[in-house]
Design a protein around this ligand. Structure first.
Ligand code: ZN
Length: 178
């Protein structure tokens, strides 16, 4: 049956009948969807999960890319684009398996409270094990836009010190700060 399916552009959110199982559905409400080959008849989510989960993942990635591009072009109403991007991001991550990581967080200009004790530069760092729905790089660094270079480099140096000093310690779930 999978050979009868093809990915195509779409903009219909009308209720329609699935050509594979005959059930009514409104699953095709996104820029790309999966149709019966050579037609504009949309396959339902249930049939796709059963017969072509790989195509569902492919379509999810295409839709994510589409919304990201739209967001960057600023060609749509901003709030709507943000909401669509969020939805597509969530759909995208639904296809990912949880993977364990070590996480290092560095805060510049940290405010002291019962838990947070900034060092003499005003920095505070915490680290431990976490689980994320991502894969790819061996080491990934995320930086908040607008952070001064000096802050980024100073915090990286401190993370390097922690890795050199402590390595990667196995924490129990109770001890993990994330
Ligand atoms: Zn169906």
């Amino acid at each position: 049956m999978r050979d009868d399916f093809e990915i195509s552009t779409n903009n219909a959110i009308l209720r329609e009948t699935c050509p594979a199982c005959g059930e009514p559905h409104k699953d095709a409400g996104c820029p790309y969807w999966i149709f019966w080959r050579g037609t504009k008849r949309a396959i339902c989510q249930n049939c796709l999960e059963e017969h072509a989960p790989d195509m569902l993942e492919d379509v999810s990635i295409r839709n994510t890319d589409f919304f990201l591009e739209e967001g960057f072009k600023g060609g749509r109403e901003r709030g709507k684009t943000q909401a669509e991007r969020k939805l597509e991001k969530i759909r995208h991550y639904l296809n990912r398996d949880p993977v364990e990581f070590y996480q290092f967080d560095g805060f510049a200009d940290a405010k002291a409270d019962g838990l947070i004790e900034p060092d003499r530069d005003g920095d505070w760092l915490c680290w431990g094990q976490t689980v994320e729905l991502m894969h790819g790089a061996t080491v990934r660094m995320l930086v908040v836009p607008g952070t001064p270079n000096a802050d980024v480099l100073r915090l990286i140096d401190k993370i390097k010190e922690i890795v050199a000093r402590e390595g990667f310690i196995d924490l129990t779930e109770d001890d993990a700060p994330f």
